[in-house]
Design a protein around this ligand. Structure first.
Ligand SMILES: [Fe+2]
Length: 466
């Protein structure tokens, strides 16, 4: 079925389409028609432009949204640094604090944390580059047990955040409207957009990927044609929704709204006397969106050999070099394998790209699950040119399997953040979390057997001129 059967039912309406130009108003007539910045916008609102790209970015890349709100975003006192911020990095953030090592790493499922909300429960596990240069990525684990305070909001000036829900439901209020994000759904919150995360089903855990440059887009389809993989129509944007609480008469009292900014991987906080969720209407193409991974139209071989895993790319953040991504978000959903005379799991591999993997649910077909294996809520990192591939048991199974049509990954979905950057691991990721599996290499690949048999009469010196 090309849609996930969610336990937690949808509660919002959306606008469908990836990269569409959207206009939405919670109150009729709130959007000015034909122009953007009237002398006095309708209903006494302020016009505020949110630029997601440089003004002069080429038209096909240009992203902006006009917001019509009760008060503009600048109306707050100065920010103050929150030195107790949750990123567990040497403060202030420095790329030099990352440990860049070639070891293959795998993590047991990360702990839930009942004491944190989405922001205080974000943990930078690995990354590369520098937000101040708008170059690089951050990879996060989140675990939260509490909804964010209803008088708080968070935004990242560092980049766009792709959130992969793994356990528990995220009910996300953004400036531009609400998104419900359940396991098997993802969302992207673009740089600068404020949001507040509620937990309607209890504690949550999941993964996130931040890109410090550019924006996510759909991969090219090439000879595949004009459909398949993630179809544009299946991405969903929120509808305008607003609160009224502002000024000296604010029901909640003066300076009761706490705004936290993530800025160069540090946190800064200000208090203001009005809700940030006061956007009555907006129009533009810079907005948060969500996507049901169950709608991904998986493509694979119908003859032999399986294509590169890029065939499973949902979203890509392009670098300046065509075809080489700052980051790809790739999934391994349930799919049919029919390849003849083919080693069907992912092949053994060394990659100029780095590969961070997580598991939303089920068992990944190239790795054993269960205790000490690759488990939902756990992760792995295979850095630039570090060898990886099926573990010994999976390899032997695949070498000897009867090659009938087979549905793999039923009830399962693994994913990968793949990047052209060499990725470093934080102190939290290497030590503090205490989830690194020390015997990952040994358990996975020590048992890989030698099957080589030199044919009779063949020599080892065939390269010599005779
Ligand atoms: Fe790989």
């Amino acid at each position: 079925m090309p849609v996930t059967d969610f336990e937690f039912k949808e509660k919002y309406r959306y606008k469908n389409g990836f990269g569409s130009y959207v206009e939405t108003e919670a109150v009729p007539g709130a959007l000015p028609v034909g122009y953007n910045s009237p002398q006095q916008p309708p209903h006494g609102l302020y016009a505020e432009k949110l630029s997601g790209t440089a003004f002069t970015a080429p038209r096909h890349e240009n992203q902006q949204t006009w917001c019509y709100r009760v008060l503009p975003s600048c109306t707050h006192p100065p920010f103050e640094e929150d030195l107790e911020g949750p990123f567990n990095l040497t403060k202030p953030y420095s790329p030099a604090s990352l440990r860049i090592i070639p070891n293959q790493l795998r993590w047991d499922p990360f702990d839930h944390d009942d004491q944190t909300d989405f922001v205080t429960g974000l943990r930078l596990i690995a990354g590369a580059g520098d937000p101040t240069l708008k170059q690089g990525i951050g990879m996060y684990i989140y675990a939260a047990g509490k909804s964010m305070n209803s008088h708080s909001a968070f935004y990242s000036a560092d980049g766009d955040l792709l959130i992969v829900a793994q356990d528990g439901v995220l009910d996300i209020r953004t400036e531009l409207g609400w998104l419900l994000v359940r396991p098997m759904e993802i969302c992207v919150i673009p740089r600068g957009i404020k949001y507040q995360v509620h937990l309607p089903s209890g504690p949550v855990r999941g993964y996130a990927l931040e890109i410090y440059q550019g924006h996510f887009t759909l991969p090219e389809l090439g000879p595949i044609g004009s459909n398949c993989l993630a179809n544009a129509r299946d991405f969903q944007a929120p509808l305008a929704c607003f609160s009224e609480d502002f000024g000296a008469t604010a029901a909640s009292g003066p300076n009761s709204y706490s705004i936290t900014a993530k800025f160069n991987n540090g946190l800064f906080v200000t208090k203001q006397n009005h809700t940030p969720f006061d956007v009555v209407a907006w129009h533009g193409n810079y907005y948060p969106y969500k996507y049901d991974l169950g709608r991904f139209n998986t493509i694979g071989t119908i003859s032999f050999d399986h294509p590169d895993p890029s065939i499973f790319t949902v979203l890509s953040a392009f670098s300046d070099h065509p075809g080489t991504a700052v980051a790809d978000f790739v999934i391994f959903p349930p799919r049919w394998l029919v390849a003849e005379d083919t080693f069907r799991p992912p092949w053994y591999h060394r990659n100029t790209m780095s590969e961070f993997m997580g598991l939303i649910e089920g068992v990944y077909d190239a790795k054993k699950g269960g205790s000490g294996g690759f488990m939902p809520g756990g992760a792995s990192l295979h850095n630039v040119m570090s060898g990886h591939g099926p573990d010994a048991e999976s390899c032997e199974g695949a070498r000897n399997a009867e090659l009938k049509p087979m549905l793999v990954g039923k009830g399962s979905c693994a994913f990968m953040f793949e990047s052209y950057l060499m990725v470093g691991v934080t102190e939290w990721g290497l030590k503090t979390c205490r989830k690194v599996q020390s015997a990952y290499n040994e358990h996975s690949w020590n048992g890989v057997k030698v099957h080589w048999k030199r044919p009779e009469g063949a020599s080892t010196d065939g390269h010599l001129l005779k």
